[in-house]
Design a protein around this ligand. Structure first.
Ligand SMILES: Cc1cc2nc3c(=O)[nH]c(=O)nc-3n(C[C@H](O)[C@H](O)[C@H](O)COP(=O)(O)OP(=O)(O)OC[C@H]3O[C@@H](n4cnc5c(N)ncnc54)[C@H](O)[C@@H]3O)c2cc1C
Length: 341
């Protein structure tokens, strides 16, 4: 849910899985949001988003390693010398770009997306029933936006912003007001973001993926999407269906398309101050479709800002609304899921 992006007090929702209308529609998602319940058959939905703690996923993935007979895992500190002697090396060392820090290979985007820092805070729930909700909240703020991404056992909030602006006091005030907590500055973490993309992502036998390759900013959670999309392209490359040049071109086109969609979240806002005005003259190609954000995605987002765009209307599926009504409050549903294992 986007809160206050157009102006204070206005909200709009943006569903994941756009295009899967045979299974659900945004009316039903809005219903889940308004009564904080999910239906028992939620796993049958084609496309749902998941909030997870990355360290938990890593632990889980470690349990899968044994399933792959031709996979050997060596845990070590990699060095630049490790690129020789292999058919293909994938650099996934994050912003460090340990193996792919090639000269003159980075396109900065700070003139289009100025956000380069996030303040982060986690805390046990203070009112789980109302805080542990089945959706993310993105709240526009004076110099960026605040995420509220409820985890199974914790509040997880962060303030994405441009470091030209000191937002610490505003963030602390938000947390205190929203969650009735007293927060010291030393409980707030800082994450720096290097935003932009490589000019080339694959060269000879080395390919950069994930944060080594590109990063826009966290809104719309596109990081892992771009990584999985790159993995599909790497598979095509290995199968001989894509050249290195095509790989690089497609990766750049995809990044530029996602960035174009993201800028629209700021550009059309009626907010005006030194921060929000930074976006006003950034060019955006409206309704430029890419796989992850088809025309309907544009309709959802632009209708949150512009009166000349209509939010897509879904036929309400009565059975689905009944299922949601009969479903469980999200925090209860989560507790029951945990007890399954
Ligand atoms: C503030 C913020 C919020 C984000 N929110 C989202 C979101 O909601 N959804 C989303 O999809 N994406 C999000 N992202 C992007 C997300 O970080 C990436 O999708 C994901 O973490 C990328 O993984 P990565 O492997 O590229 O980098 P990282 O997660 O940074 O992992 C790099 C790994 O390389 C290892 N490493 C470094 N050097 C060496 C070495 N010498 N030898 C061996 N290993 C090494 C590190 O230990 C680390 O494990 C966010 C990013 C930021 C900055």
């Amino acid at each position: 849910m986007f809160d206050g992006f157009n102006q204070v007090g206005e909200q709009f929702t943006f569903p994941f899985g756009i295009g899967q209308t045979d299974k659900y529609n945004s009316s039903s998602l809005d219903r889940m949001i308004s009564i904080n319940k999910v239906p028992d058959n939620i796993y049958e939905y084609n496309d749902i988003s998941v909030h997870f703690r990355a360290s938990d996923i890593l632990k889980y993935m470690d349990t899968l390693v044994g399933q792959f007979k031709n996979l050997t895992i060596i845990r070590k500190d990699a060095t630049v010398d490790d690129v020789t002697g292999f058919d293909l090396v994938i650099d996934s060392t994050g912003f460090k770009k340990l193996l792919t820090n090639w000269d003159d290979n980075f396109v900065e985007i700070s003139d289009k997306v100025p956000n380069n820092k996030a303040l982060v805070f986690r805390h046990p729930y203070t009112d789980k029933q109302n805080q542990c909700v089945p959706y993310s909240i993105f709240k526009a703020a004076n110099s960026g936006w605040i995420w509220n991404i409820p985890l199974g056992d914790q509040l997880a909030v962060g303030y994405v912003h441009c470091d030209k602006f000191d937002v610490m006091d505003e963030f602390i005030e938000y947390i205190q007001h929203k969650f009735h907590l007293t927060v010291d500055r030393d409980r707030i973490g800082t994450v720096r973001m290097r935003t932009g993309r490589n000019k080339v992502h694959m060269k000879d036998n080395v390919v950069a993926i994930g944060l080594c390759s590109a990063f826009i900013e966290p809104i719309e959670s596109t990081g892992l999407y771009l990584t999985t999309s790159a993995l599909k392209r790497i598979t095509s490359y290995i199968d001989g269906n894509l050249t290195e040049q095509e790989y690089n071109q497609q990766t750049n086109d995809e990044f530029d398309g996602v960035m174009n969609f993201i800028i629209a979240h700021y550009k059309y806002s009626k907010r005006s101050n030194e921060y929000w005005d930074l976006y006003k003259n950034v060019p955006v190609e409206d309704w430029k479709e890419i796989d992850i954000f088809p025309a309907e995605a544009w309709d959802y987002v632009l209708s949150g800002f512009r009166s000349d765009v209509t939010r897509p209307k879904d036929a309400v599926n009565p059975q689905e609304l009944i299922d949601i009504q009969r479903g469980k409050e999200f925090y209860k549903w989560l507790e029951d899921e945990r007890n399954l294992t």
